[in-house]
Structures are given as structure tokens and as C-alpha cells.
Ligand binder design. Structure first.
Ligand code: ASP
Ligand code: MG
Length: 405
């Protein structure tokens, strides 16, 4: 008998009609003789609504209470899914994260899973029931509800798949899988059949919104092979797994665009040991995540630093840097929000040369100016004008031979 963990995202849970469809889909797997654990998200929009409601009361909420509040969305859908299965004559039982034995650290709103005691789920599977588990939530050692950060139901799914030693882990969403680029932007984008964890991770952290990065990291670490597929049809999705030599034949697996980027330029600071440390410590202390960093060669004892941050953090970044500038001999901070990051990702870059040259040539032909560049072993990212990034993505997609015929 095969054991499947299925995760259904917010749009798959969108309304009662969708939930009934999900129940039918689960029943199908049961009828084929599988055991099923279903991990579900809140209905699309519910988590946002709950956040909005808290904002009407406070701008500075207790994180413990936010976890209590946000975990509600998934509690609605687990129960409704169980009821829908009962109506189909399928035995099913729903569990909160805590009841399913998902133990986390104490960091509210972005808790990490520490252990999963799968005994309760296991016992229910043994009696032939479908087990429905609330995604995105767990419990800390003091019994307080914790959540895993936005999109955290993916993490619940891969962690449970690992804990119950599932044969398959299926992540159901509203798209057919992982694409070579966002099909809404690049009409010729194609579904990818197989992708390595590293590529998936780079795409996820570069702005492709298919899955939460942390869940991909977890899956990699615990070797959970999973498939991203649509709950709206029966097409095969994208298998995410450990890299195999075959995968290196493709130079660029996919392209990601991230428009939630702003460029910060710190100019005219002293070019001396410790300057950069001071700047980035101030940003770290303000919990600002910095992405690309470029430092120009200092001249006459003066240096310039340029980096990118999420757009929502620009005000805080400026505030955090003000006191530092005085210490670094004056200087100036400028923010540019009309930028976007385009990344090309592929394990094939490890063995192919000239990828950067091909990328820059394609951009030059399209007359897209490159602002910042960073590279890693399997990724090249450039910052360009936000107005040009969609066109850039199409041109680069074609240049690397990714277009569907
Ligand atoms: N409901 C949560 C969110 O909207 C978790 C999830 O959907 O994965 O972020
Ligand atoms: Mg979601």
C-alpha cells in the first residue's frame, strides 16, 4: 500500500465547492488503495483578512496573539475537508498542528519545526482513516500555537511526509507545476518536468512564487521528493528531487523576476576597514534582509556601497543608516524603487561556460541596461529598470532556448 501526503493550497480550498472537489480527489487516492494524509491551507484570502482585522486594532500586535489568530484559517478548512469526506463515505479525522505532534521552537510567526511525533497520525492511518492536518502551524514546548511564516503549509506538508515516511508528497496548487518563467509574463514558458532542489530553491528565493523557500530547504535536507501539480486537472506536475547528472545538460532551467526590490545607494562614506561592517550591522539590527551588494572601488579615501532590499523596507533602511553615516564621515543615502531583479537559474551553469556573456548579450540586444550583477554557482541575477524587466524576461527566455515550440 502506498502512503501519500497531499497538500492543498489556498485556491484549492477557495470555497466549499472547491473543498468538495478536493475531497473527491482524496477519495480517488483512497479508492486506489492508498493511505492519505492531507495538509491544507486556509481559504485563499483568509489569512490576509485576519491580518487586516488585527491592523484595525493595532500596528504593533503581540506575535503570540498573531499566531493564535492566523492559525484559525487552517482550522476552518481541516474541519470542512473532513466533513466533505464524510459526505462521500470516507472516514476522515482532522488535526491541528499541535494535535498532529508538530513541535516547534518558540519564535512566534516564523517558528521552525523541531520534531514531529507522528504517533497520533500513524494510529489513525492504521485504522484506515484519512488524516487532515492544519498547515502552517505547530506548537512550542510551552503549549503555545506557533506559525511558520506566510506560505508555511508547504513546510508542514514536506515535514509530515518525512515524519510518516510517505511514498509520495504532492503539493497541489493552482498552476500545473514549476514553469521556465511566469507564464503570465512569458507566454512561451513551459512546464518543467524535473528540477533539482537547488534550482527550485534559487527560483523560489529569486521571486518565483510557486513555493515557500523554507519548505524546499527542508525537503532537500530530509530528502523528500515531491511533486508540484494542479488540483484543477490531472496533468503531471513538476518533480522536485536531488540533482542527477542528466540535469546538467540544460544550462538554464528557469527564469525568475522579482519586482519587490529597491536599490539603496550609500555614497561618500569613508573607505576604511569596518565601514561595510558598520552599514550592514545597522541593517541587520533593524532585521532588514539585504540581497545584492556591490561596493565600488574606493577613491581618495571615499567609497560607495549599493545594495537591494525589499521595497517595504526602504524607509526602515534609511532610518537605520542615518546614525551610521555620521560615524562614517557624512555620506548620503539614496533609494531607487523602480528596479527589478531578473535571475537565470540552472545546475548546468556549473559545467557550461559563457552563460553570463550570453545573458548580457541578450539584454544588450533588447537595449536593457544592467544596473547590478551577482552570481552564484547556479544563478546569475541582474537588476534592471522595472519597466523593462518583463521584456527582458521574454528575450532571455528565448536566448536560452526555453521557448515552447
Ligand atoms: N494560510 C497561510 C498563508 O496564507 C499559510 C499557507 O497558505 O501556506 O500564508
Ligand atoms: Mg498559500
Amino acid at each position: 500500500m502506498s502512503r501519500i501526503v497531499q497538500k492543498y493550497g489556498g485556491t484549492s480550498m477557495g470555497d466549499v465547492g472547491r473543498i468538495k472537489k478536493v475531497a473527491e480527489r482524496i477519495k480517488l487516492a483512497i479508492d486506489q488503495g492508498s493511505e492519505v494524509v492531507a495538509v491544507v491551507s486556509a481559504r485563499a484570502g483568509v489569512t490576509n483578512e485576519l491580518i487586516a482585522r488585527s491592523r484595525e486594532i493595532t500596528r504593533n500586535p503581540s506575535e503570540r496573539e498573531m499566531d493564535m489568530l492566523l492559525s484559525v484559517g487552517e482550522q476552518e478548512t481541516i474541519a470542512l475537508t473532513a466533513l466533505a469526506l464524510h459526505e462521500l463515505g470516507v472516514e476522515a479525522v482532522s488535526f491541528t498542528g499541535a494535535q498532529a505532534g508538530i513541535q516547534t521552537d518558540a519564535i512566534h510567526t516564523k517558528a521552525k519545526i523541531q520534531t514531529i511525533n507522528a504517533e497520533v497520525v500513524e494510529a489513525q492511518l492504521q485504522t484506515g482513516k484519512v488524516v487532515i492536518v492544519a498547515g502552517f502551524q505547530g506548537v512550542n514546548e510551552h503549549g503555545h500555537i506557533t506559525t511558520f511564516g506566510r506560505g508555511g503549509s508547504d513546510l508542514s506538508a514536506v515535514a509530515i511526509a518525512s515524519a510518516v515516511k510517505a511514498d509520495r508528497c504532492e503539493i497541489y496548487t493552482d498552476v500545473d507545476g514549476v514553469y521556465t518563467a511566469d507564464p503570465r509574463v512569458v507566454a512561451k514558458a513551459q512546464k518543467i518536468d524535473e528540477i533539482s532542489y537547488d534550482e527550485m530553491l534559487e527560483l523560489a528565493s529569486s521571486g518565483s512564487k510557486v513555493m515557500q523557500s523554507r519548505s524546499v530547504e527542508f525537503a532537500h535536507k530530509h530528502n523528500v521528493v515531491f511533486e508540484v501539480r494542479s488540483s484543477f486537472n490531472f496533468n503531471r506536475g513538476t518533480i522536485v528531487k536531488e540533482e542527477v547528472p542528466q540535469m546538467e545538460k540544460v544550462v538554464v532551467r528557469g527564469i525568475a523576476v522579482d519586482k519587490d526590490q529597491a536599490k539603496v545607494i550609500v555614497s561618500n562614506i569613508l573607505d576604511k576597514p569596518g565601514s561595510a561592517a558598520r552599514v550592514f550591522q545597522a541593517l541587520a539590527d533593524a532585521s532588514i534582509v539585504v540581497d545584492m551588494i556591490v561596493q565600488n572601488e574606493g577613491r581618495n579615501g571615499i567609497a560607495n556601497l549599493t545594495f537591494t532590499v525589499p521595497q517595504g523596507d526602504t524607509m526602515r533602511a534609511q532610518k537605520a543608516l542615518e546614525p551610521v553615516l555620521d560615524e562614517l564621515g557624512g555620506g548620503h543615502v539614496a533609494v531607487h524603487e523602480n528596479v527589478a531583479k531578473l535571475s537565470v537559474v540552472g545546475v548546468g551553469m556549473k559545467t557550461h561556460s559563457g552563460v553570463a556573456a550570453d545573458l548580457f548579450t541578450a539584454l544588450a540586444r533588447a537595449e536593457v541596461n544592467i544596473d547590478l550583477i551577482t552570481t552564484s554557482e547556479i544563478k546569475i541575477s541582474v537588476v534592471v529598470d522595472q519597466d523593462k524587466v518583463d521584456e527582458a524576461a521574454r528575450v532571455v527566455h528565448t536566448a536560452f532556448g526555453l521557448d515552447a515550440s
